[in-house]
Design a protein around this ligand. Structure first.
Ligand SMILES: C[S@@+](CC[C@H](N)C(=O)[O-])C[C@H]1O[C@@H](n2cnc3c(N)ncnc32)[C@H](O)[C@@H]1O
Length: 295
């Protein structure tokens, strides 16, 4: 299948090393901890029932299908902040007529995505090493866009929304997910980390640490209610709908240590998850459409 002509035009303006396209530019500071940490490896981690992402993915699949099912052949889907390509990989396998532009600032994860694909599928993937805030560089190529769990790790999440708005075609739809504030609080409470709870409440950040070393600050609730209602004038984006992934199973199973975690307990927790009174969101999802080219 021939590549989308605008993608060919785009990639002609970039350098390519080992199958990954690069512009000239510095890596933004918000992405450097993922590079130092060897990538997010979310696709690989999500295969494990001990990972929170394993439980989110069932919902993500439904929403991605809803987003993509009506797209025409050769349509372009941008996976913004793709990591090792949990979504890109799935789309390439399930939608043989779509082209995926996968972008991330972490070239190691882009390599991981590319090298785990069968060679015939690589023709339908364009991996580009840029920031979500630089998506205007692509022009309006996206018939649909996914940005899953990325904005909340950016220093300036609003820059992510501007980037998304700049590369969506007019009428194109984006599904943007971010870690829900409730999820951070429950996670900290389950870890008995009361310092973290205080920081969340008073400073609006969650500090991730690995073996006592702080690795990343996650921005919690970065748009105020009025900004959320005003996405049109700020970014030219229309909020079509908001969803959330229930976090009960993911959060509770994730909090069990290896000795405690077994599939029987996980099954009980999954039953609890369907008990609607315990509705703790793990991931908030926004459906946005690009409404205006003049912004
Ligand atoms: C939690 S992972 C999510 C990966 C993927 N979207 C998924 O759901 O599996 C966050 C990703 O955002 C990337 N990232 C962080 N800041 C970025 C930026 N400014 N532009 C592009 N990607 C960025 C990281 O490298 C990492 O791969």
């Amino acid at each position: 299948m021939p590549k989308h002509s605008s993608i060919l035009e785009l990639t002609n303006t970039l350098s390519v090393i080992d199958g990954i396209y690069y512009p000239q530019g510095d890596i933004p500071s918000d992405a450097s901890s993922f590079l130092e940490g060897g990538g997010c490896k979310q696709r690989i981690r999500s295969l494990s029932p001990r990972s929170a992402g394993y439980y989110d993915w069932k919902m993500y699949e439904l929403w991605i299908k809803e987003l993509l099912d009506s797209l025409p052949a050769n349509a372009v889907v941008v996976d913004a902040g793709c990591g090792d390509g949990r979504a890109s990989h799935w789309i390439l396998h399930n939608y043989p007529n779509l082209h995926v532009v996968a972008i991330d600032t972490n070239y190691e994860d882009l390599h991981r995505l590319l090298s785990d694909l069968q060679p015939t599928m690589r023709d339908r993937l364009t991996p580009i090493c840029i920031s979500v805030s630089e998506l205007d560089m692509l022009g309006r190529i996206a018939d649909a866009l996914l940005c899953l769990e990325v904005l909340n790790v950016m220093d300036v999440p609003a820059g992510g929304y501007s980037g998304i708005a700049s590369c969506l075609k007019i009428g194109g739809v984006a599904v943007v997910s971010t870690i829900a504030a409730e999820s951070y609080v429950v996670h900290a409470l389950l870890n008995h980390d009361f310092e973290q709870v205080q920081r969340l409440l008073h400073e609006g950040v969650y500090v991730d640490s690995v073996r006592g070393q702080n690795t990343h600050e996650f921005v919690v609730q970065f748009l105020t209610r009025s900004q959320r209602n005003d996405m049109r004038s700020m970014f030219g984006l229309e909020l079509l709908r908001a969803d959330s992934v229930s976090g009960v199973a993911a959060l509770l199973i994730h909090s069990m240590n290896d000795a405690e975690a077994d599939l029987e307990k996980a099954a009980v927790i999954l039953d609890v998850d369907s008990w609607r009174h315990l509705n703790i969101p793990r991931v908030d999802v926004e459906w946005l459409s690009c409404s205006d080219s003049s912004i």
